[in-house]
Every structure is written in C-alpha cells, then in structure tokens.
Design a protein around this ligand. Structure first.
Ligand SMILES: NC(=O)c1ccc[n+]([C@@H]2O[C@H](COP(=O)([O-])OP(=O)(O)OC[C@H]3O[C@@H](n4cnc5c(N)ncnc54)[C@H](O)[C@@H]3O)[C@@H](O)[C@H]2O)c1
Length: 244
C-alpha cells in the first residue's frame, strides 16, 4: 500500500527504545524524515540508524515542547507527531504518592497536550497528523488493578485525542490514537514479572503479545492519507484482549 510518507518530517517522542524506536524505523523505511526525541542518549543511535535527527531532552521539563517545535521548525516543520513517550509507576491507589501521580499524568498526558499545542501550526499548515499512544487502559482498568495514575492518564489521552481531533478537523490536522494491549517492550518487563506476564497471556485470545513493529505499522497507516477519513479514533491493537 502506498502511504505517501516520503520526506514527511515525523517527530517521535520516546524514540530511544520499544515502540518509539520501532515507529522511528517504520517511518524511515517509508522515506519519512525522523526527529527522534528522548530522555535517553540512546536515541542518538536510533536516529543514526534511521538517518534522522535526534534530540535528548526531558519532555516533562519546562519549555521542552517549544524547544522541540523550534528544532522541527528549522527542519521545515512537522508533518507528523507521534506522542509515544510514557511511563508507568504501578501502586495501589492509596499507596500512590502525589509525586508518582503527577509524574505519570504529566509524562503520559501533559506532555502529549503540550506537544500538540507547540506543533499545532506546523502540523495544520502541512495537512498533518498526530498519533497518540493510548492503551487498553484508555478504555478499561488494568487487568490486575493497582495502576490508577496510568489508567487515569491513558483515559485522558483518549479525551485529548477526541478534543484535538474535533478542533483540528477544520484546520487540516487529523488526530487519532492507538490502544495497544500488551507489547513486548522494556516497559512491560519492568511493570510485570514473568508470572504475571504469563497470567496476562491467558487473557489474550491470540495468546501472544504484540511486536513493537505491529504498533508502528498502525501508526504509519494512521499518519498517512490512506486513513484520511479516520478522525478522533482510539484504535485497538491487542490480539482480542479488549474488543469494542
Ligand atoms: N508496552 C506496552 O505493553 C504498552 C501497552 C499500551 C500502551 N503503551 C504505551 O506505548 C508507549 C511506549 O511504550 P513502551 O512500552 O515502548 O515504553 P518504554 O518504557 O519501552 O519506552 C518509553 C520511552 O519513553 C522515554 N521517556 C519516558 N519519559 C520521558 C521523558 N520525560 N522525556 C523523554 N523521554 C521519555 C523513555 O526513555 C523510553 O525510551 C507509552 O506511551 C506506553 O504507555 C505501551
């Protein structure tokens, strides 16, 4: 399928590893120009591999989104924004500290909002697209609970997606989100031990986790004109874990 993403400047947050790195590779394979952003200096290796640019920055720091917009502006302006960076700090609700709550809500939701706001004019003037990384937890609670900050932030991403899609629709910008179930990345390994991962597998009709490249494939479609009439959707990709 011809995606028409050649030369499109694609800003990918959280691109040093996992889903973000797979997305960077996927866009580069389609001929897009990638600006890979992450807290980790490993992002430079990903950018080098895909022939793109990198920026090491804490997305939660003041002015980060504006700084990224300035760099993407110098590169010709963003065509696509993939709001992928995220963190999870699981804990029972009553043991969740203010700091944990604020960090999880800010990195998963606040950063996505600030990135959309900072890149809005570049994206609109390029008939652009935003793809947010939502989650199964944007639609349900997590399977074993104990992650209220993440569930709240990911439900917020679904709302932000719809609100931004509504405003963007008349200004040349499409906004959608991807809701993975479980993807085989460091995040999942850090949040769940092997026993819990095996239990989760039991809830997935396809009996496997997603490969990060499968999330990248959906991001490519949602960023391309092949999905031009899809607006404000939170698209499941979860092997049947959650169907709606
Ligand atoms: N892995 C899954 O099963 C799964 C399922 C549903 C949704 N998601 C979502 O997909 C996205 C990517 O997940 P992943 O599994 O690849 O995660 P990951 O932990 O493997 O990678 C996340 C990346 O984001 C970067 N990052 C985190 N905080 C940052 C900050 N403040 N500034 C800059 N960079 C920062 C990290 O350094 C890391 O490179 C997240 O939004 C996550 O919530 C993941």
């Amino acid at each position: 399928m011809e995606l028409g993403l050649e030369g499109k400047l694609t800003v990918v947050t959280g691109a040093a590893r996992g889903i973000g790195a797979a997305v960077a590779r996927g866009f580069a394979t389609e001929g897009a120009k990638v600006l890979a952003v992450d807290l980790s200096e490993d992002v430079a290796d990903v950018a080098k591999e895909v022939g793109g640019e990198s920026l090491v920055i804490d997305l939660a720091s003041p002015g980060a989104a504006e700084k990224i917009a300035s760099v993407s502006g110098e590169l010709g302006g963003a065509d696509v924004l993939i709001n992928n960076a995220g963190i999870s700090r699981p804990a029972p609700l009553c043991d969740t500290t203010d700091e944990q709550w604020e960090a999880v809500v800010d990195v998963n939701l606040g950063v996505a909002f600030r990135m959309i706001r900072a890149l809005w004019s570049q994206l609109c003037s390029h008939d652009g697209a935003v793809v947010n990384l939502a989650s199964f937890a944007s639609k349900r609670s997590t399977l074993f609970g104990n992650n209220s900050s993440y569930v709240a932030a990911k439900h917020g991403i679904a709302g932000l997606t719809r609100a931004a899609a509504f405003e963007g629709a008349s200004q040349g910008l499409r906004v959608n989100a991807i809701a993975p179930g479980v993807v085989d990345t460091d995040m999942i390994k850090s949040v769940h031990d092997a026993d819990t991962r095996a239990k989760i597998m039991g809830f997935i009709p396809q009996s496997r986790f997603a490969d990060p490249s499968e999330i990248a494939d959906l991001a490519l479609f949602l960023a391309s004109r092949r999905s031009a009439h899809i607006c404000g959707e939170v698209v499941n990709i979860n092997g049947g874990l959650c169907m709606d």
